[in-house]
Design a protein around this ligand. Structure first.
Ligand SMILES: Cc1ncc(C[n+]2csc(CCOP(=O)(O)OP(=O)(O)O)c2C)c(N)n1
Ligand SMILES: [Mg+2]
Length: 799
């Protein structure tokens, strides 16, 4: 079915005939007018909210900051969704793609009463309305966009492109939920949103809820027309059809007609959703249905000033922000604003006390059915802990340090399989096509990869329902997981270390969400977003330079200390302990970088747990400084650097037995910062006790060396800290050649010690020379044979 209303003359008179009966029509229109009025009021007014007197310049804010253009469309949709929620007792939430329409969403939440419930000082009357208006985009007030402060939102407005993926993430495993998602036609041009249409392939009509995308074709973005509004309508419809949707089109600028058509379209879409789900759930047919979507073509800035100073505004890009910009200076503009606001007939809507008229209550869903109060939008409220299997049962056996080898990620995969088994309704794994290659394939023993498109013989663990979501889009993985977490569930994202940078910007936004919600008492803590990056920089043997970049850690560390954690577990048991910790945590971004290749186990589970709890620590079995001050500290963070430090330690202890060496391993990178900078920071006295105040520290680090300097620059011993790490020397080569290329290898670490410990440069000159030669020999071996020298490949920590 395609519902189409072509642009007609605007008429404010209620239609006497049509899809809605007169009462329904009147209430939907009244809600829309009320929300539009409240939107304009927030943008412009700081007094006189009910227009009891004619507007004067004192009523107008000195700085007019907000977005009008998108708002009438958002208000129209909210009003109509409320009609459907009340009629159908629908469990629905609203995701606002054009989140710059903050005043519109705030207006609706105030009309619903939720705003006053969470912010009692903004009461649902004239006094509250005055404050509501004044606080918007005002110093000390609320942001201009749909922000965490807005009840009912799971989607921070601002950076466009992520609405649809958040909506799908919210719908996963919520079979009863309908997620209405407004997508701006400008937003639809972004890469992430363009990729999001595919999401329906990962949505089960049986075990998931529904997403109703509403493409808001108001024709413009900030300064340009939008692509999708200027291509032939048939092309747009074919495109949506091609993505698997059944587009229902509503188009027009006559409110009387659009209300009827909008109501009809929404009912058609919701009937369709109900029929799809009923069929799938009754028959068990989980294959991809053709989900409905709505294409809404209405003017940008609809019902606002048509023309300002002789220039058309309504229905153009000029309506994007504040259509009348000089209200304080220009009496004509002031008059137009008053006329505009009065066109909504506020006296009918808010009575004499500013309380929304009783007739509007018909459209106010009750309690938690209000989209502004739906518990799914405050996920922490409904969050249930994960059942986490005992990591002891999955411990790698470690007879002595380095006495066994294992692929840490594979071990983690086996534990995650049990997590998956124990939490069939609230834990998912997201991966851009890499769950298996990242060695987490064991999870597929208890679930499948969800995929509702065609499945052919030979496909591997693909099924219309499954808890592993694999789509080759880091954006979608991140967005799905965010939506899933924000609605009160748990998950894990595994990806290449280099390519997770694709979502840097999304990480910024989620980190901001967490930071802000930490300060909003009614927002309950949600599960942390945890990354497991096991295809890391040092082991891209078959890929090379394009796949090498450890800088995601640097990016994350920029964020507010209260919400970021970075872990570099050196072996399998420390990885398990770290994962166990991260999946219990709340309100963080956890980044775990750990290897997936076979590598030595250093710590028993008991030792690993203690080590992880401390975050960093001296490894006495590797050190020979017991009971005294060391001559040098060899520190390491990351699995590969840890191995190189231990191999260097072995050489040093054998060749320079008088040298007192302390080996320190760092799992929790944030421990390096002072406690004044990060909640995990180590107090100075403890840091000094471990790293000394004046001895050389040679630090082998997984990533870019500068980060370690950045984290430790305030420490007493910082001037003695010498960091080796990745310095952008990458290629397709052997693992040891890679570390040599970056001077992180054992031989170079020995050289670093000789160069930095006073008195060694002369006495250990021969050893130094041997180390230089060893590097050359090892390099020559790789060039001659294509693999690392046997003494490197077969190296073991001496028992
Ligand atoms: C990723 C990103 N790029 C640029 C912007 C700046 N910006 C804010 S609103 C907007 C236009 C949005 O147009 P559309 O999605 O059509 O929304 P509407 O017309 O409903 O206001 C732009 C480009 C942004 N917010 N996010
Ligand atoms: Mg637009």
């Amino acid at each position: 079915m395609t519902v189409t209303v072509r642009a007609g003359e605007r008429s404010d008179s209620a239609s006497r005939s049509g899809y809605l009966n007169d009462e329904e029509y009147a209430t939907v229109d009244a809600w829309w007018r009320a929300a539009n009025y409240l939107t304009v009021g927030q943008i412009y007014l700081m007094a006189n909210p009910l227009l009891r007197e004619s507007l004067t310049t004192q009523d107008i804010k000195p700085r007019l900051l907000g977005h009008w253009g998108t708002s009438p469309g958002l208000n129209l949709l909210w009003a109509h969704l409320n009609r459907a929620i009340v009629a159908r007792d629908l469990n629905a939430i609203f995701v606002t793609g054009p989140g710059h329409g903050g005043p519109a969403i705030v207006a609706n939440t105030w009309l619903e009463g939720t705003y006053s419930e969470v912010y009692p000082s903004i009461s649902r009357d004239e006094a509250g309305m005055a404050k509501l208006f004044r606080q918007f985009s005002f110093p000390g007030g609320i942001p201009s966009h749909v922000a965490p402060e807005v009840p009912g939102s799971i989607h921070e407005g601002g950076e466009l492109g992520y609405s649809l993926m958040h909506a799908y993430g919210a719908a996963f495993d919520n079979p009863d939920l309908v997620v209405a998602c407004v997508v701006g036609d400008g937003e639809a041009e972004t890469g992430p949103l363009s990729g999001s249409w595919l999401s329906n392939v990962f949505l089960s009509p049986i075990t998931d809820g529904a997403v109703l995308p509403i493409l808001h074709l108001n024709g413009y973005k900030i300064a340009n027309p939008t692509v999708l509004s200027r291509i032939p309508d048939t092309d747009l419809m074919s495109m949506m059809h091609g993505f698997g949707y059944r587009p229902i089109e509503v188009s027009g600028d006559d409110p009387a007609r659009v209300h009827h058509e909008m109501a009809q379209a929404l009912d058609a879409a919701l009937d369709d959703i109900a029929a799809i789900q009923q069929h799938a759930r009754a028959t068990g047919d989980g294959s991809r249905p053709r989900w409905p979507m709505i294409v809404l073509r209405t003017p940008k800035g609809w019902t606002g000033p048509r023309e300002v100073d002789g220039v058309p505004v309504e229905g153009t890009f000029r309506a994007h922000q504040v259509p009348l910009a000089a209200v304080r200076e220009n009496p004509a503009h002031l008059g137009m604003l008053e006329q505009w606001m009065r066109s909504y007939r506020p006296e009918e809507l808010f009575g004499s006390f500013g309380v929304p008229d009783k007739s509007l209550d018909v459209l106010k869903p009750s309690g938690e059915r209000r989209m502004s109060a739906n518990p799914h939008t405050n996920g922490g409220q409904i969050l249930r802990d994960l059942v986490l299997p005992d990591i002891e049962e999955h411990a790698a056996v470690v007879p002595q340090p380095g006495g066994s080898q294992i692929e840490a990620a594979r071990q983690a995969g086996q534990w995650l399989r049990e997590v998956m088994r124990a939490n069939p309704d609230r834990f998912r794994l997201f991966a851009p096509d890499e769950a298996n290659s990242n060695r987490l394939g064991a999870v597929l023993e208890v679930t499948d990869r969800v995929f509702t498109a065609d499945i052919v013989p030979g496909d591997d663990h693909l099924a219309p329902q499954g808890r592993v979501v694999e789509v080759l889009s880091e954006h979608l993985c991140q967005g799905f997981l965010e939506g899933y977490l924000l609605t009160g569930r748990h998950g894990l994202l595994t990806s290449y270390e280099a390519f997770i940078h694709v979502v840097d910007s999304m990480v910024n936004q989620h980190a901001k969400w967490l930071k802000v919600t930490n300060g909003i008492p009614w927002r309950r803590p949600i599960a942390s977003l945890t990354y497991l990056l096991s295809s890391h920089v040092w082991r891209q043997d078959h890929n090379g330079f394009s796949h090498q970049d450890p800088g995601f850690i640097d990016h994350v560390v920029n964020k507010k200390a209260a919400v970021v954690r970075v872990y570099l577990p050196p072996d399998a048991n420390t990885l398990l302990s770290t994962l166990d910790h991260c999946l219990r945590s709340r309100q963080y971004l956890n980044v775990i970088v750990a290897g997936k290749q076979a590598a030595p186990n250093w710590l028993t589970m008991e030792q690993a747990k203690l080590h992880c709890r401390r975050g960093l620590g001296i490894w006495p079995w590797a050190s020979n400084d017991a009971g005294s001050e060391p001559d040098v500290v060899l520190a390491c963070a990351g699995d590969v650097p840890t191995m190189e430090v231990l191999a260097a330690t072995e050489i040093l202890r054998e060749r320079l037995p008088q040298l007192k060496i302390r080996v320190v391993n760092v799992v929790d990178l944030m421990r390096l910062q002072p406690d004044s900078e990060h909640p995990h920071g180590l107090p100075d006295d403890q840091f000094d006790a471990i790293f000394t105040r004046d001895k050389p520290v040679v630090f082998a680090y997984h990533g870019y060396p500068w980060l370690i300097h950045r984290l430790t620059y305030r420490r007493a011993n910082h001037s003695n800290l010498h960091v080796r790490g990745y310095k952008e020397e990458g290629t397709t080569t052997t693992p040891f050649d890679m570390v040599m290329l970056n001077d992180l290898d054992r031989f170079h670490l020995v050289i670093d010690v000789i160069d930095r410990v006073p008195g060694l440069s002369v006495s250990a000159a021969t050893l130094r020379q041997e180390m230089v030669d060893a590097r050359q020999r090892c390099r020559d071996h790789t060039r001659a044979t294509g693999e690392d020298a046997p003494e490197i490949r077969n190296w073991k920590w001496p028992s």
